[in-house]
Design a protein around this ligand. Structure first.
Ligand code: ZN
Length: 458
């Protein structure tokens, strides 16, 4: 059996790259290595995806689906005997319906392309994350992406109304629901969202759009203890009447990292506080929104919740504030970062992070620890910087220190990046034996030969 020739007979010459051509492509935005696979196919339609899967199913060849390759957990890794299905040619925005407030798209459309396309209708697709220009909507759904606005609009799961999926045997399940409410039986799409390509290949999506906010108010805030961070979240959410759109926390060392050279960012407030918060409100009334935001900030200051704040005076300020929060790349200076995306109850965060600093010191010695994240969602990013020479030796030790304490309060080893290959050994910390057994049952029911993204998650 010649995989490349067989697939070329189905899809045509140019739609199939052989192993050598595949190996000239990068394995991803964050990756130094190149792809490997027996072939990389680029179907242009759902029917072509189905034909490829039907052939792979009949010939017992593993299939790994690729979107924008911006993942962080090796969820898209393939082996030399497997076929990569890249959805890069399925980039059509098929319909934007301003009355129903939905968009129908092919899976290869980038997040940013959709964000820009809906703008002229004064609509918004609220998912937003740093990789927006490269990450695809199919990939966002397959990984249930999170990002910066989850506190207001939820994760990708909450924005998908319908899906079209190709199953392992090539069956097309067209479940392109446009309705917000549809309780007619099981909600099948949710099974595929966040399944990381292990249950089916997502080919088209119906997405829910929201009205575009017209105002934005932001502040960079300094706080003197963690209880005040938690209190400030509740205070702002209550005071802003539903317009709170982001609440990002930064621990002292992260704030200093992104506001000191070689970072280009300047500190909007002093570098002396143990905690910082970036708070954002988006609304529709230029005068009233600013008044309400400023008065919420004033009462927070008067009641002692916050000790310092820089309040945005313009869109430029807002942009600058977000640049600081997003400048995670600074963790590459002076070492190599090991990055985590854990979830835990807000009430546990202070103890957890304080203990982590101590336990890492005991386990790995000198290191730098940067903590930041989407606090309103209970999601922290932990970034442990070590020296490149120690990376392979220390990485498992660090993983152990970060993950093990989560079990005590049912925290999650993955808030938003997924499991892929990287977190497979730690899935049991966040999911019970019964839960994992049910996942296996689902996997076996939908993909009995284990051909879809083999070895990922389970
Ligand atoms: Zn994040």
């Amino acid at each position: 059996m010649n995989i490349v020739e067989s697939l070329r007979a189905i899809l045509g010459e140019t739609a199939v790259l052989d192993a050598a051509d595949t190996a000239t492509r990068s394995a991803g935005v964050w990756r130094p290595d190149n792809l490997q696979a027996a072939a990389l196919v680029r179907p242009a339609t759902t029917e072509e995806v189905a034909q490829v899967l039907r052939w792979c199913h009949a010939n017992k060849v593993g299939v790994v689906t690729h979107g924008g390759l911006t993942g962080l957990v090796h969820g898209g890794d393939a082996t030399p005997d497997q076929v990569i299905v890249s959805l890069e040619r399925m980039r059509a925005i098929e319909e934007i319906n301003p009355t129903q407030r939905t968009a129908t798209v092919q899976a290869g459309v980038t997040l940013q392309a959709l964000q820009e396309a809906v703008e002229e209708h004064h609509l918004m697709f609220p998912l937003d994350l740093g990789a927006r220009g490269t990450a695809t909507l199919g990939g966002n759904a397959a990984t249930n992406a999170g990002g910066n606005r989850v506190i207001r609009y939820g994760m990708m799961r909450d924005m998908v109304l319908g899906l079209e999926v190709v199953l392992a045997d090539g069956t097309i399940v067209s479940s392109l629901n446009h309705l917000i409410k549809n309780n007619a039986g099981y909600d099948l799409k949710q099974m595929f969202i966040g399944s990381e390509g292990t249950l089916g290949v997502i080919t088209r999506l119906v997405l829910r759009l929201r009205e575009q906010p017209v105002t934005r108010n932001m502040a960079f805030v300094g706080l003197d203890n963690f209880d005040h961070v938690a209190g400030f979240l509740r205070h702002m959410d209550r005071s802003l009447g539903g317009t709170l759109s982001a609440f990002e926390a930064m621990w002292h060392d992260f704030y200093c990292l992104v506001t000191s050279p070689p970072a280009r960012g300047k500190p909007p407030i002093a570098q002396d506080y143990p905690f910082y918060v970036l708070v954002e409100s988006q609304g529709a009334d230029r005068e009233l929104d600013t008044q309400r935001f400023n008065s919420a900030m004033e009462t927070a200051y008067e009641s002692g919740l916050i000790v310092d704040a820089a309040i945005s005076q313009s869109e430029t300020d807002c942009h600058h504030f977000w640049e600081l929060r997003d400048d995670v790349e600074q963790a590459m200076h002076g070492g190599i970062p090991v990055i985590f995306d854990i979830s835990l109850p807000i009430a546990e965060m202070d103890d957890y992070t304080a203990n982590l600093g101590a336990s890492l010191k005991a386990a790995i010695g000198e290191h730098r620890l940067f903590i930041f994240g989407h606090l309103g969602d209970g999601n922290l990013h932990i970034c442990v910087q070590i020296q490149p020479a120690d990376y392979l030796r220390l990485r498992p030790v660090i993983e152990q220190q970060v993950y093990a304490p989560l079990a005590a309060f049912q925290g999650s080893v993955s808030a938003e990046h997924g499991i892929g290959l990287e977190k497979k050994p730690y899935l049991h910390i966040s999911r019970s034996e019964v839960e994992v057994a049910l996942m296996r049952k689902l996997k076996t029911a939908l993909d009995p030969q284990g051909l879809l993204n083999p070895g990922k998650i389970l």
